[in-house]
Design a binder for this molecule. Structure first.
Ligand code: SAM
Length: 350
């Protein structure tokens, strides 16, 4: 299948991350350490109808995977409604002429995967309703298995509730469950092998993420980054790993199984020490309707304004295609003149 949306480096764009809100009930020190700056007015945020319309167009343009994120996406009360609407995009057969005209016909494969990233706080009571609404998969953030470290890293004392949320997601059938842990020097690097044990015990896919310069406090330092290589070494000291025999494609993680055949999986996401920009297939839509072509973009493009100014479907498509052509070749974290984006991960949509 030839991708419809391609950037100027010929990278097919197939993944869309949609931030449902920039609000969050956690205060992770690597993201929103000082709390939220004044919130954008509600009218600036995309309504669920606008999100649905935008996603419908993105899917027509070849987006196959949508991940809902935030902020904390479950703080949005209409999340089940949004999931229900987006899940319907999976069922639609897309064989329609390209509305912008011309010779190109749209034969997008359609939406294959609808996922959510959450801190897990609301899952104990709502995992089932997410599943019923049509969610395929869930990723839950969990930065420590120790109550005091969890509290210190996230700003909230709710480890047990998040663990309950993981159990509820499993019980609801939101499989496979992925667990994200951002590993930061001096905080939780000593827990890496414990997380691997957790993956084995609970049969989940553990994802270890290098700390990136996306914190609103702009306190990131290279010294705080625990490299993917070190993470792997720490796991292998206790549990030998074997690389999974899969084509990595545009996936962010390098994936491993346990050599002894135990359940669970390990994935290492190393954007700082082993960038994977050459295969990047992602773009992002912020809660206030801005398209970002890279996590580290310093510019945004207002899809919201084009939609609200009465742009036709064809004009919106032209806009999206022109924005995608501006996607950066790579991030510049490792360059001397690197400037971190002004918005933190919670605003960009992780
Ligand atoms: N609130 C949800 C959650 O906690 O998963 C979704 C949004 S959160 C911004 C998405 C992911 O981004 C989380 O797994 C979080 O750990 C990760 N993240 C946030 N800031 C980061 C940073 N500076 N470096 C690496 N990962 C980060």
């Amino acid at each position: 299948m030839t991708a419809l949306l391609k950037d100027s480096y010929n990278r097919p764009i197939r993944d869309l991350r949609v931030s449902l809100t920039d609000r969050c009930n956690f205060r992770c020190f690597y993201c929103l350490p000082h709390g939220e700056p004044p919130m954008a007015a509600k009218e600036q945020m995309l309504s669920y109808e606008e999100i649905e319309y935008a996603c419908d167009i993105f899917v027509e343009l070849g987006i196959e995977k949508i991940r809902l994120t935030g902020g904390e996406p479950m703080m949005r009360r209409d999340i089940e409604q949004i999931i229900f609407k987006l899940a319907q995009l999976k069922e639609r057969t897309l064989e329609r002429p390209h509305p912008a005209g011309g010779s190109r016909a749209s034969c997008a494969p359609g939406l294959r995967d609808l996922a959510l990233t959450t801190n897990g706080y609301f899952l104990p009571h709502r995992a089932h309703s997410l599943k019923e609404a049509g969610l395929d998969r869930i990723t839950i953030s969990l930065d420590s298995l120790k109550r005091n470290v969890f509290k210190q890293m996230t700003g909230v004392d709710v480890l047990d509730r998040v663990l309950e949320g993981i159990a509820a997601a499993k019980e609801a059938g939101l499989n496979p469950i992925k667990i994200n842990a951002v590993i930061v020097r001096g905080h939780n690097e000593d827990e890496v092998a414990d997380f691997a044990a957790f993956a084995r015990e609970h049969d989940v896919k553990m994802r270890f993420i290098e700390f990136m310069p996306l914190d609103s406090g702009h306190d990131w330092s290279r010294d705080d980054v625990v490299s993917g290589r070190e993470i792997r070494q720490r796991i292998e000291e206790r549990f030998p790993l074997e690389a999974l025999d899969v084509v990595r494609g545009s996936e962010t993680s390098t994936r491993y199984r346990f050599a002894d055949g135990a359940p669970g999986e390990i994935g290492i996401i190393a954007p700082v020490t082993e960038p994977f920009c050459g295969a990047c297939s992602r773009i992002r839509l912020t809660a206030d309707g801005q398209i970002r072509t890279c996590l580290f973009s310093t510019v945004e493009y207002s899809l919201r304004d084009v939609m609200r100014d009465g742009g036709s479907r064809g004009e919106i498509i032209d806009f999206i295609e022109s924005v995608v052509m501006k996607k950066e070749p790579r991030h510049y974290i490792n360059d001397p003149g690197f400037v971190a984006p002004s918005r933190s991960m919670s605003f960009i949509g992780g």
